[in-house]
Write a protein that binds this ligand. Structure first.
Ligand SMILES: C[S@@+](CC[C@H](N)C(=O)[O-])C[C@H]1O[C@@H](n2cnc3c(N)ncnc32)[C@H](O)[C@@H]1O
Length: 450
C-alpha cells in the first residue's frame, strides 16, 4: 500500500475532522473550503465526504465503542490520535467497502504520517480490538432512549424530547433517516427552462437526475456533480431541498404581488418566490446580517431576477422599517435549531444546547408578530422552520394565534402542498419523503380578499 502523504484522502479527511472536533468548524464549510483550496478527483472527494460526515454522524456510537476497548478515557487521548481512531472506527464498522485490514493499516499509517509514529502500536491495538468486538448489541438495551441514542447515534436529550413528542416508533424512524446520506436536490428556474429540459441538458454534462416527488420544481441528483455544470452559473437551477420548496407553494405568490420575506438570507426562498411570480412584482428580502445581503443579491443576479430588493434589519423591529398592511404575502422562514437537516449538517445534533430552544422560540414568536403587521387583510402569512421540535413549531403558532385574533389557520393549504395538513400546519419528518425535516404553517388575515 502507498505511503500516506499530505495529499491523500485520509489525511485530508483527518485534517477536516480535526477542525470540526477541536475548532468548532462546521463540517460542510470545512469540506467546501478544503475542496476549493485543492480540487480533487470525484472518487477521492466522495471518499473524504463520506468519512467526514459519517464520522460526525456516528460520533457518540464511535466514542462508546472506543470507550469499551480503551483503558484510559478517550478524552485524555492525544488530539490527533483521537481523530485517527474515530475516523478509522467509522471505516471499520460502518463502511462496507473498506476492508477491515485496510482500515487498520491506514489508521496506523496515518498516525505515522501525522507526527504520531510513536503511538502507532497503540492505534493498531485499539483498532484490532474494535474489529474483534464489532458493534455492540445496542437495540437490545432496555431503556428505549439509550437504545435509540446509541444505535442511531443521537444525543440522549434529543431522543428523549422526540420520544416524548412523537413516540418511540416515529423517533427511531427519524433517527435512522438522519444518519442516511443526503441527496443533492435542484430547483429548476422555470423562467429559463422546465424540469424535463433541464434534466436532459444536465445529462449531457454528466449529471443524472430524477424528478422529486414532493415538489414539482425539483430534480434529485443521482450521479455526477451539478455544481460543476455551467448551467448553474447561467441560472438554470439552484440547490434547494424539496421540503424547503414547499414553503413557496404554501405562500402562493402571484405576479404583481408585494411579498415580504422577513428572514431571507441566503435568499433561496426569496428567489423561488420571485420565479413563481414570473419576476413581476416586489419581493422585499430582509435579513438581520448586513454581510448576508450580498448573498441574496448575488443569487438574484445569477438567476436573472429583478423583482428582489434587499434590506438589512432586525425582523423584530419590522414595524418601524416597513409599511403596515402593505404586503399581499409575508414569509417568516425563521432562524431555528435546524434539527430537521441532520443528514446534511450532522454537527448540529452535537452542538445544540437544549437551552437554546427556549431562546429561539421567543425570538421566533417576536419575529412572527412583527412581520404579521405588514400583511394586508386577506393576505397569507407563512411561518416555516427546518426543525422537528414542537417548541419551535406548533407552540409558536399556538401562541401567535392566541395573541392575534385577526389570523386564522389556512385550511386550504392541503391543496397547495398536495399533502394532508393539520388545519393549515404541516410537519414533514425526514423519513417520510427522504427530504429535510420541515414545518410549514399558513395563516390568513381576516378582512379583504387577495
Ligand atoms: C432559516 S434562515 C433563512 C433561509 C432563507 N429563507 C432561504 O431560504 O435561503 C434564517 C435567517 O434568519 C436570519 N435572522 C436571524 N435572526 C433574525 C432577525 N432577528 N431578523 C431578521 N433575520 C434574522 C438569519 O441571518 C438567517 O439567514
Amino acid at each position: 500500500m502507498a505511503k500516506t502523504t499530505d495529499k491523500q484522502p485520509r489525511m485530508r479527511a483527518a485534517k477536516i475532522l480535526d477542525r470540526v472536533f477541536f475548532e468548532r468548524a462546521y463540517s460542510h464549510m470545512a469540506l467546501n473550503e478544503a475542496f476549493r483550496k485543492h480540487p480533487l478527483e470525484e472518487v477521492d472527494a466522495r471518499f473524504i465526504t463520506e468519512v467526514v460526515y459519517g464520522t460526525i454522524k456516528r460520533l457518540n456510537t464511535i466514542d462508546d465503542v472506543l470507550g469499551r476497548v480503551m483503558k484510559n478515557p478517550l478524552r485524555k487521548t492525544d488530539r490527533r490520535v483521537k481523530t485517527i481512531l474515530r475516523m478509522s472506527v467509522y471505516q471499520l464498522l460502518f463502511m462496507d467497502r473498506v476492508p477491515e485490514r485496510a482500515a487498520i493499516h491506514e489508521g496506523v499509517e496515518l498516525a505515522k504520517a501525522w507526527g504520531r509514529g510513536g503511538l502507532k502500536g497503540f492505534v493498531n491495538g485499539v483498532l484490532r480490538n474494535v474489529a474483534r468486538q464489532g458493534l455492540p448489541d445496542y437495540p437490545s438495551i432496555t431503556d428505549p432512549v439509550k437504545s435509540i441514542a446509541l444505535s442511531t447515534s443521537h444525543p440522549e436529550w434529543l431522543v428523549r424530547k422526540w420520544v416524548h413528542a412523537y413516540g418511540e416508533t416515529e423517533t427511531l424512524a427519524m433517527c435512522e433517516a438522519n444518519v442516511k446520506r443526503a441527496y443533492t436536490t435542484l430547483r429548476v428556474n422555470r423562467l429559463q427552462t422546465d424540469r424535463s429540459a433541464l434534466q436532459a441538458n444536465l445529462e449531457t454534462d454528466g449529471v443524472k437526475t430524477t424528478p422529486g416527488t414532493l415538489a414539482s420544481d425539483s430534480l434529485i441528483v443521482t450521479e455526477g456533480q451539478a455544481m460543476h455544470s455551467e448551467r448553474f452559473e447561467k441560472g438554470a437551477f439552484s440547490f434547494q431541498d424539496e421540503s424547503s420548496m414547499l414553503v413557496t407553494y404554501a405562500l402562493d405568490p402571484q405576479p404583481r404581488m408585494h411579498v415580504l420575506d422577513a428572514c431571507a438570507a441566503p435568499g433561496g426562498k426569496a428567489a423561488h418566490i420571485a420565479e413563481r411570480m414570473e419576476d413581476d412584482g416586489e419581493v422585499l428580502a430582509n435579513d438581520i446580517h448586513a454581510h448576508k445581503e450580498a448573498l441574496i443579491a448575488e443569487q438574484a443576479e445569477r438567476l436573472g431576477l429583478e423583482s428582489i430588493t434587499t434590506q438589512t434589519g432586525d425582523a423584530v423591529e419590522l414595524a418601524a422599517n416597513v409599511e403596515a398592511e402593505a404586503y399581499d404575502r409575508v414569509l417568516v422562514d425563521a432562524p431555528c435549531s435546524g434539527l430537521g437537516v441532520l443528514r446534511a449538517k450532522p454537527d448540529i445534533k452535537w452542538q445544540t444546547d437544549p437551552k437554546e430552544i427556549e431562546t429561539l422560540r421567543a425570538l421566533q414568536l417576536n419575529i412572527l408578530e412583527a412581520a404579521a403587521q405588514a400583511l394586508k387583510p386577506g393576505g397569507i402569512l407563512v411561518y416555516s422552520t427546518c426543525t422537528v421540535m414542537p417548541e419551535e413549531n406548533e407552540d409558536v403558532i399556538a401562541a401567535f394565534l392566541k395573541n392575534n385574533a385577526s389570523f386564522d389557520l389556512d385550511d386550504t393549504l392541503d391543496e397547495r402542498l398536495g399533502l394532508k395538513t393539520e388545519r393549515g400546519q404541516r410537519l414533514i419528518f425526514p423519513q417520510q419523503y427522504d427530504s429535510d425535516g420541515f414545518f410549514i404553517a399558513a395563516m390568513k388575515k381576516r378582512g379583504g380578499r387577495i
